[in-house]
Design a protein. Structure first.
Length: 261
């Protein structure tokens, strides 16, 4: 593997494993105490470095050891998170404990003061990014919900984008992870121990993370990602743990918005 000189010096000839759990197009190499993420240089890769740096003293996120570029790729070397991914079997087999971790992770995000946050992911900016995705043919049509497009859904990404622009909800701005899915949240017991994959993090509506967390729970329990179904999960568990009523309109809106990314 060809690497920038600084990155190579920091990992030397250490053994590693290739991670294949997440949905990201990045290449992830896991060392004993470090993680190397290699991806295309784009808005998300640059935002991830920026947000990791800003959040370093605010939340349990990986420490950045090096961030280098070579050609059209960027190389992010960082520390490993403690704990286990929340899609690990011990969490999936205990829905009550799992939603405690996920809810505590959401609440910690919401408690962060965003007055100096360097990334604004509210709808004005997010829809502009979505428009770029649509106009440049970057929407992954093989990785969407089965009813988003087609006879019972939207005709195409352009039609979905127009609907999203026409039906913008009132926002409740907080610090948002941006991709609050089970593989991106680590837990230790009932508490969150780490957040990873922060390329979409920034100020956004609190319901963005709630919606994607709800979708991720549903998909993981149905066996969509790992081929194994788990029992005992109730769609309302997350909301009960958060102490709020589900806003199904906002949940649908943010799941649909995510279809364009």
């Amino acid at each position: 593997m060809q690497l920038p000189e600084k990155i190579h010096a920091l990992i030397s000839d250490e053994a590693y494993q290739v991670d294949g759990i997440g949905m990201s197009e990045a290449s992830i190499f896991i060392f004993e105490d470090k993680v190397l993420k290699i991806q295309e240089r784009n808005i998300e890769s640059e935002n991830e470095f920026q947000m990791l740096t800003w959040l370093g003293e605010r939340l349990p996120v990986p420490q950045v050891y090096a961030y280098e570029s070579m050609g059209d790729k960027v190389y992010l070397l960082m520390s490993k998170c403690g704990g286990r991914m929340t899609c690990a079997p011990e969490y999936m087999q205990d829905p009550a404990m799992l939603v405690k971790v996920l809810a505590s992770g959401l609440k910690r995000l919401w408690q962060v003061d965003v007055s100096a946050c360097p990334s604004d992911c509210r709808l004005k900016n997010k829809l502009a990014q979505a428009r770029y995705q649509v106009e440049h043919g970057l929407v992954d049509m093989d990785n969407v919900e089965p009813d988003t497009f087609g006879p019972d859904g939207f005709k195409n990404p352009e039609a979905l984008l127009q609907w999203l622009c026409d039906h913008q909800p009132e926002e409740e701005p907080v610090l948002s992870h941006g991709d609050y899915c089970l593989p991106n949240i680590f837990g230790a017991g009932n508490e969150v121990s780490g957040y990873i994959d922060l390329g979409r993090a920034g100020i956004a509506d609190k319901w963005c993370d709630i919606a994607l967390c709800y979708r991720s729970l549903s998909h993981n329990y149905s066996g969509r990602y790992h081929g194994q179904e788990y029992s005992g999960y109730d769609d309302l568990l997350l909301f009960q743990e958060l102490g709020i009523e589900p806003d199904w309109e906002k949940i649908r809106y943010y799941i649909l918005l995510d279809e364009l990314f």
